[in-house]
Design a protein around this ligand. Structure first.
Ligand SMILES: *Cc1c(COP(=O)(O)O)cnc(C)c1O
Length: 393
């Protein structure tokens, strides 16, 4: 029997990379030396002290049972202490912090907890895809806010038509941004909080990359006065501590939104394995150890290798101030899919076509700095041939 997919699956945006995926698999199967800059997943291991704490906690029988819905009080306390030190913001561990099975889980479930069918959700694009799927699964209507170099990759909130803003219930933000690597300062967050207050919109700011920065530490939207009235922020251990596979994140901020999300979650999941929660406590308590400076230095060296190399080919790219992505404009006349396809065919390099993150991502590809510097340099050695093929075709 073949069962028909639900309508809510049918209306998701189409998957655009089937052809590139097929080529990539074929290239790997053929034994070609692929440099994969397509993966937004840290290549470095989780620090040992976190793994050791997992081992200790995993051997205790009390941690083998269902976790508490709101997570261990010690975990919420450890997160609040880290948050206060890092951002100078006090969070109430009882009502303003909710552990998640990774930030993605909370990001995708949030609309189910707050949105009714027909409600408008404001979504910057290009964007991380769960903002869109979460909205559609809840029956919400996405209203797109293009982020481009013309607006410094910050949505132009004041140009949203009033009748749209009045119907909107939720606004996603994501700074530092995936895929564009753009950053937002407190002034932008202040204007967003002001906008949200005027229209009674909840802001969901995705801070998954808040700890991957190269100069100024990234701000939290909750540092804006009054932000807790209108904002929740998503945090994640995935990129901060190289823990993508472990699945632990947090929703913090506005208590009514945190509560609504926890009610949806109680009906769907049964929390995070407690041993992982103990490992999470160790992670935040060990945040300032030397491994962190090393990790950021590693990403910085890779970033500079890639950006310097592209510049020496007279390729203009913005040097990212945060995240581990470089948002690279495609050569004139090439769509993002065509250019990614050409890089794979001619240079065995994998990047992600920008259009996969939304229509305003057209004209860019995203390269992830999740391979060794040597591999980035090897990719750069392969590029001149691609560039000369461009100019001769
Ligand atoms: C990686 C990523 C996340 C994922 O976080 P998890 O905690 O692993 O679910 C969230 N948002 C963005 C923009 C990401 O790139």
């Amino acid at each position: 029997m073949e069962f028909k997919r639900s309508k809510r699956l049918e209306v998701l945006p189409p998957y655009l990379f089937a052809e590139i995926d097929r080529k990539k698999k074929a290239a790997i199967a053929a034994g070609r030396d692929i440099i994969n800059l397509g993966i937004g997943d840290p290549d470095r291991p989780t620090p040992d002290f976190i793994i050791e704490e997992l081992g200790r906690a995993a051997s205790e029988a009390k941690n083998h049972r269902y976790a508490l819905d709101l997570g261990l009080p010690e975990l919420r306390l450890a997160f609040s202490q880290w948050f206060e030190k890092r951002f100078g913001v006090l969070l109430d561990p009882e009502s303003e912090i909710l552990p998640l099975i990774g930030a993605k889980e909370g990001i995708a479930h949030l609309p189910l907890s707050l949105i009714n069918p027909g409600d408008v959700v404001l979504i910057p694009e290009p964007c991380y895809p769960p903002y869109v799927s979460g909205t559609i699964f809840a029956g919400g209507k996405p209203y797109w806010l293009p982020i481009t170099s013309a607006n410094e990759f910050l949505p132009d909130l004041e140009n949203i038509p009033q009748e749209v803003a009045r119907k909107a219930r939720l606004l996603y933000l994501n700074y530092p941004n995936n895929p564009t690597a753009a950053v937002a300062d407190l002034e932008f967050f202040r204007s967003a909080v002001d906008f949200a207050g005027r229209y009674e919109i909840l802001i969901a700011q995705d801070a998954a990359y808040s700890e991957i920065y190269f100069d100024e530490p990234s701000p939290s939207i909750l540092q804006v006065e009054g932000a807790k009235e209108v904002a929740v922020e998503f945090h994640s251990l995935s990129k901060t501590f190289n823990m993508t596979g472990w699945r632990l994140g947090f929703a913090v901020g506005n208590a009514s939104a945190v509560k609504a999300l926890s009610e949806i979650k109680t009906n769907i999941d049964s929390g995070v394995f407690q041993a992982i929660q103990y490992a999470g406590i160790a992670a935040y308590q060990g945040y300032s150890r030397p491994w962190r400076a090393e990790l950021l230095a590693t990403y910085r060296a890779r970033r500079d290798a890639l950006v310097d190399g592209l510049e020496s080919l007279e390729w203009e790219v913005l040097r990212p101030r945060a995240t581990f992505y470089v948002w690279i404009p495609t050569p004139d006349g090439f769509s993002s899919v065509d250019f990614a396809s050409m890089l794979l065919d001619k240079a065995d390099i994998v990047v992600t076509p920008g259009i996969g993150f939304g229509p305003s991502g057209e004209g860019f590809v995203r390269a992830a700095l999740t391979v060794d510097e040597e591999r980035i340099k090897e990719a750069l050695r392969r590029l001149p041939e691609v560039v000369s093929a461009l100019t001769s075709s």
